[in-house]
Unconditional design. Structure first.
Lengths: 296, 454
């Protein structure tokens, strides 16, 4: 019997589809179902959950803490992913391409180390680094940075959101750097040589050769890290737990705190998670549209 | 058919048969029974000791120890394990969660087992009550505790305050703290846990110590046992919130930051102990051994000389009908997961881990109060002067209102104290905030108001 290529495709895809169905689609749908109940982690609601319709969503949309977490997440994503990691990643990739820069291996190693350290360990490291008696304050004192207005302080308490944002840049830059490095490798050398003959400056080369040819990579990078950063939980959770109060409460931490700490409301947290899923989906669709239109 | 092929066929068939049977036998072989034991790192030493004894008695059983390390929220982890259906067979739980776990059907009732267990008589009535819910026993208390004011004798001396020190009213406490603020530089005069990061410790170490001394019983509680309602507003609640306001906001005597560091426990133990950054604090009796003892996590040299403790007074020292002295007890209990497949082994483990000698020796080594009355017969325990000194506290100790829903109420307390210390919320506003949270959660008809100024 001969298979048509369509049938063969289906057969090959089936195992993957089944796994996706079981591990992605089903849990997502189950989350939606749970978001319409009053299921809780402990107590009576854990055994006898009731259907409550859209009550959780209504309550959520009236919860100022929810909007606050949304804003915290936006800040965190824009500054740590879009600005921090992309710009720094690109700068590092360009730097590492220059053969005459001394110590570039050391820089590359430092960036990689931040990436391979387990997140929990990194979280506690930052907790200690940014504490009142931490290394950061010692550096500030040693370098006399108080001259430019940087005073030693308890960073996790007084600047929690800024601190977790910078920590996330530190952690995530390696990915952007690798992606850009690979993309840079694919730009043919002769383009630069030709432009040199035409009298192009370094800036011209960057502006008219490197940047346009890197654009697809930049867009891919943006999509991936935006989605990841939206879902970041571990390191900020360990560093501040969303606090003090809820000053650094990311969306993910908000969901965690609703479900696994008192009030232990899993149904309510599921509603927040479902909204988060929809928003992320929207972002992906928007990016895909741009990708198709721009550099497809 | 050639005989040779025939022979080959027979041999191959036989081989196939043997291998199938062999594999079958491998699987059919009675699997080693496994007992999973879950506990937090503070109980590492006595639990590992008990596991050793258990293994010696049941060599055929494999024991999997699942220790939750310091820095992880034990209650959150265990609650999630229960809810996900993957909890260990034996779980050491914070006793205040027992009603919520029992309501959810996570715990196995132990009524018949404890009845047939001679040692059960060694547990006092309060210790049996903590682990009971709606007439069923769900656990066995492993340790219990009392709470007190810890103070630094060296700081007090430097401030010119008397040592030993025993305040008689809340005013005495605040006055002493103000003196420290004036006389001793670089020290936070007082620390009372606040906020949600501390979790239950905020409610237990700080808030209950204030609430219970805030008014005459039974108005000094969170739950009215006569009406079956939660108390959402009362003079005791207001006085307790005001105490936080006074020390954190009005007089700025307490270190707000310490409530929000990644490791609140470690920070408090170090800053009060070896670092000498705090003058006095509300805390639990276990700290003597677990934190500042020679085997503790933040040992203090010459501990007995520099650290002292005093009883927590009622707000006016009993002059307005409130208790003269206040303390509150909690503790951890061994339970059996209702879905365990080795409940018989789990019970055997419970009997071993709760043996009198172990409970007493562990309590003595870590300065914990043993829940077994017969622990005092064990020499290590009886000879411990610290434990003998805090025996006095057991006479007036009290318990949390751990009814179903308590963990939510407790969370609202933590949230309210957080608003006070972070945002400077006034005591009256704090009371209104707490009340609104209670009404929102339980409904107005389930929340009682005791008139203020009445």
């Amino acid at each position: 019997m001969r298979l048509r290529s369509g049938q063969l495709g289906i057969i090959i895809l089936t195992p993957t589809l089944l796994v996706m169905l079981a591990l992605v689609v089903f849990p997502t749908l189950w989350g939606v179902v749970m978001s319409m109940t009053n299921i809780s982690l402990v107590g009576r609601g854990a055994v006898h959950p009731r259907f409550v319709g859209l009550a959780n969503y209504v309550k959520l949309l009236r919860d100022s803490r929810f909007y606050h977490s949304l804003w915290v997440t936006m800040f965190f994503t824009i500054f740590s992913a879009l600005i921090g990691q992309v710009v720094l990643g690109l700068a590092l990739a360009l730097l590492l391409r220059k053969k005459d820069v001394k110590g570039r291996n050391v820089i590359a190693l430092a960036v990689f180390v931040s990436w391979v350290i387990p997140e929990v360990v990194a979280g506690y490291m930052w907790g200690s680094y940014a504490s009142r008696e931490g290394l950061l304050n010692l550096l500030i004192k040693a370098l006399r940075l108080d001259v430019i207005g940087l005073e030693p302080t308890n960073w996790l308490f007084y600047r929690p959101l800024e601190t977790i944002t910078i920590a996330n840049i530190w952690r995530g830059t390696a990915f952007s750097m690798i992606l850009f490095s690979a993309a840079l490798e694919s730009i043919p050398e002769f383009l630069y040589e030709a432009s040199s003959l035409d009298g192009a400056t370094s800036w011209d080369k960057f502006r008219y050769i490197t940047l346009p040819l890197l654009a697809p990579a930049i867009l891919t990078d943006l999509i991936l890290i935006t989605i990841w950063t939206f879902g970041v939980f571990t390191m900020p959770f360990i560093m501040t737990g969303g606090g003090p109060g809820n000053k650094s409460e990311l969306w993910t931490i908000y969901i965690y705190r609703q479900a696994l700490l008192p009030p232990y409301e899993i149904g309510y947290a599921a509603a927040a998670a479902t909204l988060m899923f929809l928003l992320t989906l929207l972002l992906i669709v928007a990016y895909m549209a741009v990708l198709k239109k721009g550099w497809g | 058919m050639r005989p040779r092929n025939y022979l080959m066929g027979v041999v191959l068939s036989a081989l196939l048969l043997v291998s199938v049977l062999g594999v079958g036998a491998l699987y059919a072989h009675p699997e080693k029974r496994v007992l999973r034991v879950c506990y937090g790192e503070p109980w590492k030493i006595p639990t590992e000791d008990a596991i050793k004894e258990f293994k010696a008695k049941f060599p055929d059983v494999e024991v999997k120890a699942e220790m939750i390390p310091y820095g992880v929220d034990i209650v959150a982890k265990e609650s999630a394990d229960f809810a996900a259906g993957v909890a260990a067979d034996v779980v050491l739980v914070d006793s205040f969660m027992i009603p919520e776990y029992a309501e959810a059907g996570y715990l196995e009732p132990l009524d018949k087992l404890v009845e047939a267990w001679p040692d059960w008589k060694a547990y006092s009535l309060p210790m049996r009550k903590i682990v009971s819910y709606k007439g069923h026993v769900y656990g066995i208390m492993f340790d219990t505790d009392v709470r007190m004011i810890w103070y630094r004798k060296d700081v007090f001396k430097e401030a010119g305050l008397p040592v030993p020190w025993q305040p008689k009213t809340w005013d005495d406490i605040i006055k002493a703290a103000l003196t420290i603020k004036k006389k001793v530089k670089g020290v936070f005069p007082i620390y009372v846990p606040a906020g949600t990061k501390w979790g239950e410790a905020t409610t237990m170490q700080g808030f209950y110590m204030l609430l219970l001394g805030g008014d005459a019983p039974p108005k000094n509680r969170l739950y009215d046992y006569k009406t079956g309602k939660w108390i959402g507003k009362s003079p005791a609640l207001l006085r307790a919130f005001k105490f936080y306001y006074d020390i954190y906001v009005k007089y700025k005597l307490a270190p707000t930051e310490f409530n929000f560091v990644p490791d609140v426990w470690g920070t408090w133990r170090r800053t009060f102990g070896p670092d000498r950054l705090i003058g006095m604090a509300l805390g639990g009796s276990w700290e003597w051994g677990e934190a500042w003892g020679p085997k503790g996590i933040a040992p203090v040299p010459e501990r007995d000389k520099v650290i002292g403790f005093a009883k927590m007074p009622g707000w006016s020292g009993g002059a307005h009908g409130e208790p003269e002295w206040v303390t509150v007890s909690g503790g951890w209990a061994w339970t059996i997961y209702s879905k365990s497949k080795v409940k018989d082994l789990a019970w055997e483990f419970l009997k071993i881990v709760n043996k009198r000698e172990r409970v007493a020796r562990y309590a003595a080594a870590f300065g914990k109060v043993a829940p077994r009355l017969d622990a005092a017969k064990v020499p290590e325990y009886a000879k411990n002067s610290y434990l003998m000194a805090i025996l006095e506290y057991l006479k007036f100790t009290d318990y949390r209102d751990a009814m179903p829903g308590y963990s939510k109420v407790s969370y609202f307390i933590q949230e309210t104290t957080e608003k006070i210390v972070l945002e400077g919320m006034k005591p009256e506003e704090a009371l209104n905030y707490f009340y609104s949270k209670m009404v929102e959660t339980f409904g107005k008809e389930k929340v009682e108001v005791i008139p203020i100024g009445g």
